[in-house]
Design a protein. Structure first.
Length: 122
């Protein structure tokens, strides 16, 4: 029997970053390399029929996310990939969600704003 896997051990929650370095994962920080590794493990598992990306994030830093987006986009031909939002997908995480075959947004959820920079002057 084949399974549809909810990815990952790393969920797309909190702020997404390229590297944590010596930082502790404050506010649920998630690094792109950890997500990528979980994704590739699931893609290479013959028992996995498809992947659900569990997403609820306001986004994160630009550095590193295009590699993950490209990986998801180009491998979706071999297995179905769905982005399931538990609420939000903004900024870099929306780009990641968009690489999947489908995005499911709850009634109160929100998506958008890839690459937006806001400056506040007081």
């Amino acid at each position: 029997m084949k399974w549809f896997v909810v990815l990952p051990l790393y969920q797309f929650q909190g702020t997404l970053v390229q590297k944590l370095g010596s930082l502790r994962p404050y506010s649920g920080m998630t690094k792109y390399d950890g997500i990528r590794q979980s994704f590739l493990t699931a893609m290479n598992d013959p028992e996995v029929a498809g992947i659900c990306l569990d997403i609820d994030s306001l986004g994160g830093e630009v550095a590193g996310y295009f590699y993950l987006v490209n990986e998801i986009y180009h491998t979706r031909v071999s297995k179905p990939i769905y982005s399931i939002l538990t609420e939000n997908a903004y900024s870099s995480v929306y780009a990641i969600a968009s690489a999947a075959d489908r995005i499911h947004v709850p009634r109160t959820g929100g998506v958008g704003s890839i690459g937006v920079i806001v400056i506040h002057c007081d």
